[in-house]
Design a protein around this ligand. Structure first.
Ligand code: ARG
Length: 400
């Protein structure tokens, strides 16, 4: 008896997920492997990948374009949440996992599979995100993770693959481990494992080196409705088109690189290089628009929610009761987050230079230092008297 009869495997076309196909069948007695490749805008040709899975022994090779859902249902809520893990990483890889998990669970139901599988190793966050998301969506289905158990290093994996008709990669293999989608690229491993060593320019694909960016700035105006970006320079874009367009624009000015050491859920620190030009710019713009449309208390309270939200997404709890409760809070706040943010793009920075909104809470006649000032300055005195009361009492008791 094998570990499962019919398995839907998340498939990327790389060596590891390809080797999973014969491995599941030959070592774990799986009768049928169905592969599922999700198009999340990684910019790879999925036609050849589809054939590759069949050549490696898959009985059915599914390819699904999930870009629209990815941006609308995963990236946009994260932008509304201003979600940055450890204050920096906009979760470009992490956001893809719950979606892929959902696609696996749905494909398994459709094809009558009793298990799903992924090619993650036992050291990363992605295995956690897959396993927990899958369990949340279907607590009965089995999850198989061959790469967590097989103990192959890369040459051994390639050798195992060759024995089972999977050709060794033709290109000299890159020293990096790269994850890529429409939101960004995550690059780790190789010499980057030394946190002191600067990444070579070859690491980057979506962002231009500062030396190669134009001297002249470009201005872009991003329009938001209910906290969701909908226009660029006044023109409406679909979610996918908006992200691609903004990636090209901001990446061309060298915006969106992050070099950071992060704390993985499994307890280790890892060094990661990220590129996420549009996503980072959108979070920055969105947060700025909130500063003019939300009250002080909501804005400040939301900061704590945002931090928790980012941690939940990072730690694989996209489908969880707490995340869902935070979503309700965030959605409620976003009804007011409408308007336009003006940004200057130049030499690696996206600087917000203007914002406007029909829901603006900014009050000229209260804020101004000019003659139109309507603020009652004398009223401040009584306010400060009461506000400072407890401090004054404390101080009179304790100062000598
Ligand atoms: N550290 C990031 C995360 O946990 C990205 C991991 C993606 N993998 C990679 N090969 N760089 O979301």
């Amino acid at each position: 008896m094998g570990r499962a009869k019919k398995v839907v495997l998340a498939y990327s076309g790389g060596v590891d997920t390809s080797v999973c196909i014969p491995y599941l069948k030959n070592e774990w007695g799986v009768e049928e492997v169905i592969t599922l490749a999700a198009d999340l805008g990684q910019g790879e040709e999925l036609g050849p990948i589809q054939q590759k899975a069949l050549d490696a022994g898959a009985s059915v090779s599914l390819v699904q374009d999930a870009r629209e859902t990815f941006i609308r249902d995963y990236a946009f809520p994260a932008i509304q949440a201003n979600a940055l893990y450890e204050n920096r990483y906009p979760l470009s890889t992490a956001l893809a996992r719950p979606l892929i998990a959902k696609m696996l669970v749905e494909a398994a139901a459709e094809h009558g599979a009793d298990a799903v599988a992924h090619g993650c190793t036992g050291k990363g966050n992605d295995q956690v995100r897959f396993d927990v998301s899958i369990a949340a969506l279907n607590p009965k289905i089995k999850v198989l993770a061959p790469a967590r158990e097989w103990g192959f290093d890369r040459p051994t994996a390639i050798e195992y693959g060759e024995k089972h008709g999977i050709p060794a990669p033709v290109k000299k293999s890159s020293p990096y481990s790269i994850d890529k989608n429409l939101l960004g690229r995550s690059v780790e491993a190789g010499y980057l494992e030394d946190p002191w060593v600067e990444p070579l320019e070859e690491v980057f694909e979506m962002t231009r080196a500062i030396a190669q960016t134009p001297d002249q700035p470009t201005y872009v105006e991003i329009g938001f409705e209910r906290g969701v970006p909908v226009t660029l320079d006044g023109q409406a874009y679909s979610p996918v088109a908006l992200i691609s367009q903004l990636n090209a624009l901001t990446g061309g000015h060298g915006i969106g690189r992050i070099d950071m050491l992060e704390n993985r859920l499994v307890g280790i620190k890892s060094r990661e290089i990220y590129e996420a030009p549009a996503l980072l710019t959108l979070i920055q713009a969105h947060r700025d628009l909130e500063s003019i449309t939300l009250t002080a208390d909501v804005t400040q309270y939301k900061r704590g929610i945002e931090e928790t939200y980012a941690r939940l997404v990072y730690n694989g709890q996209w489908y969880s009761p707490l995340k869902s409760a935070l979503d309700s809070f965030i959605q409620d706040t976003q009804q007011w987050v409408n308007g336009t943010v003006r940004i200057k793009l130049q030499k690696g920075s996206a600087t917000i230079v203007g914002r406007k909104s029909d829901n603006s809470l900014y009050s000229d006649d209260m804020a101004t230092y000019g003659a139109e000032d309507k603020f009652d300055h004398r009223a401040a005195e009584g306010f400060i008297y009461v506000w400072g009361m407890s401090t004054r009492i404390w101080s009179s008791k304790h100062s000598s």
